[in-house]
Ligand binder design. Structure first.
Ligand SMILES: [Zn+2]
Length: 400
């Protein structure tokens, strides 16, 4: 795979793909998800975050086996490839199983084993130790396509003491962190009551804010929080569909961007979305901001596509490796088929991609120069087998 002018006459491609009526874009980057939650798709509907988590999701998660997580992750990898995602940032349990699914599927990922203390410091320490063990063992796995982080779940599930230890461990390993921040007003109010400050102020106090901090959601922020985030070069994953579905609120992305904060886009888990379609996510990302500010000029189609590609790469610390079609970067490329009626005419390809296309328009997916899907046929996974196994483990899980 080569990007640039075709100068060298000796250059001969092994595979030639006809790009007629197709548009090449950098592979889409999903900055925040929990891939194996494909198994819970449609299982926890129309519930507020605390009920969704505590009464539905956590009891189901306590029953998950490593194989369930592997099958759920494979289903998520298949869905991601089909919708043009080439890289995703994930936080979950038994993350080694997700790494194996990533390796098999050919995708690229930034993985973190989730750490939930839940007022049990022994459990917190054990989960941190497991998170460190995973991060060390799998950084550079899958031919270098997997990088790792530490994944403390949130400020309402991890104590400041554990978060300090987590940050120290991440610094020692030279890796970043991935955490949920200010998603729910109720949880942000709880932090304020318990610690006397905002979530961002608390994270600053315990030194967990830096250029390698990936903060998912960031809805309930003050102006000062945004300035602190910009100063510490914190990265944000904006997850519009999950925020709408759980009724968490609307992140003030326009203000975050003007404060100088890098923002990527994520789907969050398939139990709160309910899919992993980054083309659909871009559309909601732009429309929700226009609605929030009652201003159609906020988040143009071009700016939104950048957030799902190069800005997403920046949010994951991979902007020198992926995120744009450029000489010297890894060949993560997606071809979108523009031959359907809803993509005609094409006055503005950015507008067609962000406002008219969806995941089913993705024709070809290439990661690291390898062809993962061509003409919608996934080459690295047996789609029927992956879907049947996903259905089987999900049915067993909910009947156990
Ligand atoms: Zn999440």
């Amino acid at each position: 795979m080569y990007v640039g002018a075709l100068k060298a006459p000796q250059f001969k491609a092994e595979i030639v793909i006809d790009g007629t009526d197709k548009v090449a874009i950098p592979g889409l980057i999903n900055c925040h998800t929990h891939l194996s939650m494909t198994l819970f798709r449609g299982k926890a509907e129309d519930e507020p975050l605390s009920t969704w988590l505590e009464q539905t999701i956590w009891p189901l998660e306590s029953k998950l086996t490593p194989d369930d997580i592997y099958q759920g992750a494979l289903l998520g990898c298949l869905e991601s490839i089909k919708a043009g995602t080439t890289t995703f940032a994930d936080m979950y349990f038994h993350e080694a199983q997700v790494a194996k699914a990533v390796d098999r599927s050919g995708l690229r990922a930034v993985l973190a084993q989730g750490i939930i203390e839940a007022d049990d410091c022994k459990r917190g320490e054990r989960m941190l130790a497991e998170g460190i063990e995973f991060a060390e063992a799998f950084n550079g796995y899958g031919g270098g396509r997997v990088t790792t982080r530490l994944g403390p779940h949130a400020l309402y599930t991890c104590s400041p003491k554990l978060l300090v230890q987590t940050q120290e461990a991440a610094a020692n390993l030279g890796i970043g962190t991935h955490i949920h921040v200010a998603e729910s007003k109720q949880k942000s109010d709880w932090v304020k009551e318990r610690y006397g400050c905002t979530e961002i102020e608390l994270l600053k106090r315990i030194d967990l804010l830096g250029p390698d901090t990936l903060a998912a959601h960031c809805i309930h922020l003050t102006k000062l929080d945004m300035q602190i985030m910009a100063r510490h070069r914190v990265k944000v994953s904006y997850n519009p569909t999950a925020n709408m579905k759980i009724g968490s609120g609307i992140p003030r992305v326009k203000e975050l961007l003007s404060a100088g904060v890098s923002v990527g886009i994520g789907t969050d888990g398939p139990a709160s979305n309910n899919n992993l379609d980054m083309l659909e996510e871009m559309r909601f990302a732009a429309l929700l901001q226009k609605t929030k500010y009652m201003d159609p000029t906020v988040l143009s189609a071009q700016q939104t596509l950048k957030m799902a590609t190069i800005e997403g790469a920046r949010a994951l610390g991979l902007e020198r490796v992926i995120g744009s079609l450029q000489v010297g970067k890894k060949a993560d490329v997606v071809l979108i088929d523009f031959s359907s009626p809803h993509l005609k005419p094409s006055h503005d390809p950015y507008a067609n991609i962000v406002y008219s296309a969806n995941g089913a328009d993705v024709d070809t997916v290439i990661v690291d120069g390898n062809l993962l899907m061509q003409e919608r046929h996934v080459k690295t996974l047996d789609a029927n087998e992956v879907m049947q196994n996903g259905q089987r483990v999900a049915s067993n899980l909910t009947s156990r």
